[in-house]
Write a protein that binds this ligand. Structure first.
Ligand code: NI
Length: 180
């Protein structure tokens, strides 16, 4: 198990457009994915994008705890060269945090239903429909690949709070977001 250093806001790697992974089956990509999952679980967080560990590559890991998705847990998942297609115009505001933006939470509108396509570590195509929290995590992580932080999507800075104060933002929502 190797824990990687998580880049923090201000580091230019978080603002760069990441490059496609040329060979998703390369051993170094498998190693990076395993280390990213270890780092995500240790943080703990629900997602991590390669630029957050200083690798400007289009690759994300994420997980969805059962408590966040009506009891259906999604175990740690690796998506390489992911592409998102919105399947609805409907958006929903939810609390987000980010391992690269310590201590803060913000309310972010996200599309509620997407298709995410990509490639797995075995080189096989992956395509899945994601809804709700699952869709939110995938959108947050894929934003990192284009140099966007969730802060860019907060529509009003009054919708930002520290973790300790974030319950004030979420009286109408059910629980605080885990960082990703
Ligand atoms: Ni993040």
């Amino acid at each position: 198990m190797a824990l990687l250093t998580i880049s923090q806001i201000g580091n230019p790697v978080l603002r760069a457009i990441a490059s496609p992974v040329a060979d998703p089956t390369a051993p170094e990509i498998a190693r990076l994915a395993a280390d990213m999952i270890d780092t995500m679980l240790d943080a703990p967080g629900v997602g991590l994008a390669a630029p957050q560990v200083g690798e400007s590559l289009r690759m994300i890991v994420y997980r969805v705890p059962a408590a966040r998705s009506g009891g259906v847990e999604i175990p740690p998942t690796v998506l390489i060269n992911p592409v998102i297609e919105a399947l609805t115009d409907e958006t929903e505001s939810g609390l987000e945090g980010c391992l690269s933006v310590p201590a803060l939470r913000g309310l972010v509108p996200r599309v509620t239903r997407i298709r995410v396509s990509g490639v797995g570590l075995d080189g096989a195509p992956i395509s899945r429909i994601a809804e709700g929290f699952h869709a939110r995590v995938v959108q947050h992580e894929c934003d990192h690949l284009d140099g966007h932080l969730y802060l860019d999507r907060v529509t009003d800075t009054r919708l930002l709070a520290t973790l300790e104060e974030s319950h004030h933002l979420t009286d109408a929502l059910t629980r605080a977001g885990d960082p990703s």
